[in-house]
Design a protein around this ligand. Structure first.
Ligand SMILES: *[C@@H]1O[C@H](CO)[C@@H](O)[C@H](O)[C@H]1NC(C)=O
Length: 403
């Protein structure tokens, strides 16, 4: 595989490790596009976006022009006619970073930055940008990971969820349905769609009509919107319900991440319990397992059947749980972190607030196992060990203080 594709950011400089906390927020707001050609020795090339953490608006980014187009084309030049061409949105985000580098790694095994990533900064709501990209490169697949994530932040900034997870998704689907050939789309839903469902383990056929947060509601809306575009336009659509994904380069707003930070600082951490001392547990899923599920979904996605905005026949419509099938109580998570960090946590047991978090998640993954060959191999202990190693190394120089 070719190792000479680009890493490019507007305004110069790869800044995506500048501030993880800020970047995480940014990466969900920004569109990251990756073009990747793979399968049997095609040239891997990518476009992604890195957010400039010093800016607070999406309105002033630039794209286009003949030099830009040339770079897109150059980075998207395939060596093999049977390679996939994947446009990855959200590639600067947590899952996107890992998925795009894994796609690259099918060839050479380096990290995202070092493999060379061509970066386009933009918003998935920018129709002209998406149309231009499809004009320049006929993508066979879209891996749609750009989203506004987080359960509790939805109460602070509800509009950002509607903007990214609903309006942005619809905009992407509008462009995908009208281009010729239509790409197959794999996109990130969420285990949060199970909401107040109490039947465990969660199976794809269980009810998902009781979301407990606006975040969950927008992901559920995405699943219904996917159904519509599949039904009307023949788009091939695969939704992946991720279960509490964790690992290196993870989101600082997630519990395992800020617990690590606070334990090291000697700060008290809030551990939630449900009514009557009920256990709060999560089916924590290690990033590498999620990446394998994403690639499995891309590799098994059938072609869309429509063309030029017209349906020609029924197309594939799927939704899969990607979990670990092994829920772990949050108190056990803290114990593992204590052992790995060699620091005792100051635990403050609190009642689980009713602001979006559910008590328990547990994935039934037999469908993904059968169809995608999905088989998680990393337990929480081993995964956290890798996370902690990364964390200590990443924050060791004292300059990259977590915000
Ligand atoms: C898991 O889901 C499959 C369908 O994909 C179902 O047949 C099976 O009974 C489920 N297992 C459990 C333990 O609920």
């Amino acid at each position: 595989m070719e190792k000479s594709s680009y890493f490019f950011t507007r305004g110069g400089g790869a800044r995506w490790h500048y501030s993880l906390a800020k970047l995480t927020v940014w990466s969900f707001a920004f569109l990251a596009l990756i073009l990747i050609f793979f399968l049997r020795s095609p040239a891997p090339s990518t476009i992604t976006s890195a957010a400039d953490p010093s800016r607070r608006s999406l309105r002033n980014y630039n794209w286009g022009g003949s030099a830009w187009e040339k770079r897109v084309r150059a980075s998207a030049r395939a060596r093999s006619s049977n390679g996939l061409t994947v446009l990855v949105t959200g590639a600067a985000g947590f899952v996107g970073t890992h998925v795009s580098s894994a796609l690259k790694r099918r060839g050479d095994g380096a990290l995202l930055e070092r493999t060379g990533v061509f970066i386009v900064e933009g918003d998935i709501n920018d129709e002209a940008l998406l149309r231009k990209l499809f004009e320049v490169v006929p993508f066979t697949h879209v891996m749609h990971l750009a989203a506004q994530a987080g359960v509790r932040y939805a109460m602070e900034n509800p509009g950002s969820y509607v903007h990214s997870n609903i309006a942005g998704f619809v905009n992407l689907l509008e462009v995908c349905k009208s281009v010729n050939p239509q790409p197959a789309i794999v996109w990130a839903s969420s285990s949060s769609v199970y909401g107040l469902n109490t039947k465990v383990p969660f199976s794809e056929k269980d009810r998902t009509d009781q979301p407990a947060s606006l975040y969950a509601a927008t992901k559920k809306a995405g699943e219904e919107i996917a159904h519509t575009y599949n039904h009307i336009y023949g788009l091939s659509l695969t939704g992946l319900r991720f279960f509490t994904v964790y690992g290196p380069w993870g989101r600082p707003d997630m519990a395992y991440f800020f617990f690590t930070k606070d334990i090291l600082k000697g700060k008290q951490i809030a551990i939630f319990e449900a009514a009557n001392h009920g256990t709060v547990a999560r089916d924590f899923t290690y990033i590498d397992d999620i990446v394998k599920g994403c690639l499995g979904a891309l590799d098994t996605a059938e072609k869309s059947t429509g063309s030029g905005g017209k349906k020609r026949g029924p197309a594939q419509l799927r939704v899969f749980n990607l979990g670990n099938t092994s829920p772990v109580p949050v108190s056990e998570l803290v114990s593992i972190l204590e052992r790995l960090l060699k620091v005792k946590a100051k635990r403050n047991i609190m009642k689980l607030p009713r602001n979006g978090d559910v008590q328990y998640t547990h994935a039934n993954i037999s469908y993904a196992q059968r169809e995608l060959g999905y088989k998680p191999t990393t337990d929480l202990q081993s995964g956290l060990k890798k996370f902690v190693r990364w964390y200590l190394n990443y924050y060791s120089d004292g300059k990259k203080a977590v915000e």
